[in-house]
Design a protein around this ligand. Structure first.
Ligand code: GAP
Length: 495
């Protein structure tokens, strides 16, 4: 039985993964805190993401930037003008909601990207009324989703909390390009927070007002978009795609990288689609059937994108849900920054001796949404064991191993267990537990995803060996204490 969203929320709070921010005051909609285990899981996800995507090219780096940015950044990027959501308000009571979401739920038709006029027309056509007081709606209007701030005492010093991490690499591009030996493609990644005044934050961490993004901006020569030096290595790799033309059948079609290029997508773009799918299937261990690359049509694409696929995971109850996207942003942002800052974003490519403004390919991921998906898909209610088993992959799970003395009232066992624990702790996230029966301790460990439980029993005192139990199979192996570190390392590397 899949877990319901409400059960997941309850589980996350009970086990100290994620819960409402300012919880003791009743919480605030759209804001969440991560507890001890949630923080470990989030760090592991970010670490895996960083290692994987920064390894795609020697010229990819991570940078950090302020969450508060100059108003001109968003004039240049177009967010001041275009980062807006349609809102629907009741003409009588205080009901308000995001218009496209509300109308989609009511009439069961996708309305993403529709103009306020189109949405108002749909409200009239379907005779939609306020769900709170049944009155008429006002015409649909728009709201800018950024949070403005006044800096210091001056009311003219306008700044904004960044609505995407992407703007940090764009405003840093010229400086980084100069300091990284003027080479393209140049990748600048940021893992950090973004802020959006969502009209109706909902579905736990799927739609928040403050959330973490992991985004990689790749600056490249637009003349080279039809090539990638490693394309031949992946040309026969099958991608799980749902193109605009597949929507009628609403079915994922497997297409090789080569076929997508034949269908008109550039090699540079397709190469990164492959790398993203490999990240989800091979590293996050998402079952292929639960993953798809969903192509957006012209109406749905973000205002800055030329090519846009969403990366979607099928959640237990929410269906296929966007976790990230691959965005070809062209020179939209750098041209905007050049215009407003009056600083040239042009570079001289020494290889081709040509001058141009680089284009950007953006690999964008919402960290919290991915964490939600990982918790949702890996949460199993194991009827045979009679407890929850959180089957997170080894490199993601918050606690990799646990050390138990079989009983706590035998000091000889406790001494050995504590020694093993102190040796493993600097190497892996590891816990020590000596309370309750060993069966109860296994169950507690399963619930928070501990991959291996190491038990020191009476025989250990004679044979200098322990048992190691695998969370997923419950099988146990006996291993010499002297070999334990190597064994755990081998398992960690393989998984
Ligand atoms: N830089 C491009 C960009 O920000 P986006 O599609 O608006 O693109 C990227 O956001 C990802 O950030 C989304 O795919 C999603 O995973 C995450 N995200 C966006 N809005 C969110 C929200 N309100 N709450 C949680 N995650 C969100």
């Amino acid at each position: 039985m899949p877990i319901t969203p409400q059960e997941l929320v309850t589980f996350c709070k009970k086990k100290s993964f994620i819960y409402s921010s300012s919880d003791i005051y009743g919480g605030i909609a759209g804001l969440y805190d991560y507890g001890h285990l949630g923080t470990l899981l989030k760090h592991n996800f970010e670490h895996l993401w960083r290692k994987y995507f920064l390894s795609l090219n020697d010229n990819f780096f991570e940078i950090q930037g302020s969450n508060i940015m100059h108003e001109n950044v968003f004039k240049a990027s177009g967010h001041l003008e275009n980062f807006i959501d349609p809102i629907i308000r009741c003409s009588k009571c205080d009901f308000g909601d995001r218009a496209d979401h509300f109308i989609t739920t009511q009439i069961k038709q996708r309305t993403e990207g529709f103009s306020p006029e189109q949405l108002t027309a749909l409200v009239q056509k379907h005779n939609l009324k306020c769900p709170q007081c049944t009155s008429e709606f006002q015409p649909v209007t728009i709201l800018n989703m950024m949070f403005p701030l006044n800096m210091g005492t001056s009311s003219t010093n306008r700044a904004y909390l960044r609505p995407e991490t992407a703007q940090t690499p764009y405003v840093n591009f010229k400086l980084q390009y100069e300091s990284q030996r003027k080479k393209l493609p140049l990748g600048l990644a940021v893992i950090g927070n973004a802020y959006r005044n969502e009209i109706s934050p909902r579905n736990f961490t799927l739609r928040q007002r403050e959330f973490t993004q992991a985004e990689l901006q790749i600056f490249f020569n637009p003349e080279k978009i039809a090539q990638h030096s490693d394309f031949d290595l992946i040309k026969n790799y099958s991608l799980r795609t749902l193109l605009v033309e597949d929507r009628k059948q609403n079915q994922v079609i497997e297409r090789t990288a080569q076929e997508l290029v034949k269908a008109g997508l550039p090699k540079f773009y397709v190469y990164h689609l492959v790398k993203i799918q490999q990240f989800y299937l091979e590293h996050l261990k998402i079952h292929p059937e639960k993953f798809r690359l969903y192509q957006l049509n012209d109406q749905e694409k973000a205002f800055y994108n030329k090519y846009h696929f969403d990366l979607e995971i099928e959640l237990s109850e929410h269906g296929f849900t966007e976790m990230g996207g691959l965005h070809y942003r062209t020179d939209h942002d750098l041209v905007g920054h050049q215009k407003i800052s009056k600083q040239s974003m042009e570079i001289l490519d020494e290889e081709t001796n040509s001058k141009f403004i680089p284009h950007v390919l953006e690999l964008s991921f919402g960290v919290d949404r991915n964490i939600y998906a990982l918790l949702d898909l890996n949460h199993h209610d194991d009827k045979e064991r009679g407890n929850i088993v959180l089957k997170l992959p080894s490199k993601l799970t918050p606690i990799y191993c646990a050390v138990f003395p079989l009983v706590k009232n035998k000091p000889e066992l406790v001494v050995v267990a504590k020694k093993i624990y102190s040796e493993l702790k600097p190497l892996y996230s590891c816990l020590y537990d000596e309370t309750a029966s060993v069966g109860r301790r296994y169950a507690r460990a399963d619930e928070i995803g501990v991959k291996y439980c190491i038990t020191i029993d009476f025989e250990s005192l004679d044979d200098h060996a322990i048992t190691i139990r695998d969370r997923d199979t419950t099988q146990q192996q006996r291993i010499k204490i002297a070999d334990l570190k190597d064994k755990l390392y081998q398992l960690y590397i393989q998984e």
